[in-house]
Design a protein around this ligand. Structure first.
Ligand SMILES: Cc1cc2nc3c(=O)[nH]c(=O)nc-3n(C[C@H](O)[C@H](O)[C@H](O)COP(=O)(O)OP(=O)(O)OC[C@H]3O[C@@H](n4cnc5c(N)ncnc54)[C@H](O)[C@@H]3O)c2cc1C
Length: 386
């Protein structure tokens, strides 16, 4: 079928987690949706593969309920630096480590079930100048709304002129290089602890997410462009020793990670979502949860007939994780401040518990009601967006 037949209410450029979640949320509201991605599914990407409790709640609202059968639960977070170790549980149930390809397949299954249309292996091509219409496979495509879910280096963002960033404490010097690899634990070794462990070392931070009964995802971030995963891990004796007995099951993959906030995430009939719309450093483990919450908000906004609600509330979803990113990057840059802070947390565990509660949206200060009104099912299956 010619792609020109693919004219649609909503065209989503990018079928990663943000694009698929948006497609699901919009179909739940009755919109006709076409997703185009330059890759083929299931799409993999360097990621720590930890879903925070707020991300799991948003996924359940999208009709993608996940449980330990899809990966491995973790009860909370543990910070480790030198001799200091402090941990706390999430107040509102566990998070979940899920292999990125599994998550992508589950989102894809749900979107297909709802009748979303796809064009894989088809990059959306945009030429400079807003008068130049976007095209798919060399054919112009008509849409009422265009959603840029095309990741950190979004072409849609550049084309729409939404590149202007807000400089703030969180974004300053936040550019880092992130890596991930998977390991199978030796059968005789202890199972990995039930917390995601964040370790600080001389060359960067690493965190370990359990993703199955005997498999872990190791993810690391560094400011040094020439440094690779194994070097970061070698500089963290605890992890070096623990991983010596484990077997790598995937090759190391890397990607940029940064904290970015845009002045605007909408322009005309175009909206940005997920990493395209701003991002938080990977260490927060919140990138996916943010994308899912934004998807629900965007669908509510479009069902109301405009992008105004989305533009108004998007920043609130991003605000707190960005503050957390700023704090974690500060601790990364200043080892003495880090040791002092971890000592305080160790002496006052309730303080660390409260910080974690705020981080996952269960405590004071989230600043964003959890997508008001969305918990009510759509009254009818079709909302006319044209
Ligand atoms: C090392 C690392 C560790 C991380 N760990 C975690 C974690 O533990 N938990 C967490 O929640 N988040 C984590 N994140 C962040 C998380 O991976 C991102 O926030 C998430 O991938 C954003 O999803 P997205 O759909 O916006 O973008 P992406 O996943 O980048 O998807 C964008 C999609 O757009 C497609 N695309 C690009 N250009 C075009 C085009 N022109 N036309 C069509 N398609 C296009 C791409 O093929 C891709 O499929 C981590 C990130 C890194 C780098």
């Amino acid at each position: 079928m010619a792609l020109s037949n693919h004219n649609c209410d909503v065209l989503i450029a990018g079928g990663g987690p943000a694009g698929l979640a948006t497609a699901i949320a919009l179909r739940q509201q009755g919109a006709g949706v076409l997703v185009a991605d330059s890759q083929r599914p299931p799409i993999d990407k360097p990621c720590g593969e930890g879903l925070m409790p707020d991300g799991l709640r948003a996924l359940a609202q999208l009709g993608v309920p996940l449980d330990r059968g899809h990966g491995a639960e973790f009860a909370g977070i543990c910070f480790v630096s030198g001799q200091s170790r402090v941990s706390a549980d999430f107040p509102s149930g566990p998070g979940l480590g899920v292999r990125r390809t599994t998550l992508h397949q589950l989102l894809l299954d749900r979107a297909s079930q709802l009748g979303v249309r796809f064009s894989w292996n088809t990059p959306l091509v945009v030429k400079p100048g807003l008068n130049e219409k976007p095209s798919l496979a060399a054919e112009p495509i008509a849409f009422r709304w265009l959603i840029g879910a095309d990741g950190c280096s979004s072409r849609v963002r550049a084309w729409t002129g939404l590149e202007a960033v807000r400089q703030n404490l969180a974004s300053r010097g936040s550019r880092r290089f992130g890596f991930r690899a998977h390991y199978r634990l030796a059968s005789h070794s202890q199972p990995w602890p039930t917390h995601v462990e964040v370790h600080w070392g001389r060359l960067g931070q690493a965190y370990i997410t359990p993703i199955g009964p005997d498999e872990i995802c190791v993810s690391a971030m560094t400011r040094h462009p020439a440094t690779r995963l194994t070097e970061i891990l070698s500089a963290i004796p605890f992890l070096r020793d623990k991983l010596a007995a484990a077997t790598p099951t995937t090759h190391e993959r890397g990607a940029l990670t940064l904290t970015r906030r845009l002045h605007r995430v909408t322009g005309g009939n175009i909206a940005l979502i997920g990493d395209a719309s701003g991002s938080v450093d990977a260490i927060t483990g919140e990138g996916l949860a943010l994308a899912f919450r934004q998807a629900l908000l965007l669908a509510d906004s479009l069902a109301a007939g405009s992008l105004a609600l989305y533009q108004a509330r998007h920043a609130r979803i991003l605000a707190l994780p960005q503050r957390m990113a700023a704090l974690l990057l500060l601790l990364d840059r200043h080892p003495r401040l880090r040791s002092g802070t971890l000592r305080v947390f160790a002496a006052h565990p309730a303080l660390f518990r409260s910080l974690l509660a705020v981080h996952v949206g269960a405590g004071f200060g989230r600043g964003e009601p959890f997508i008001p009104g969305f918990s009510q099912p759509a009254k009818n299956s079709e909302v006319d967006l044209c």
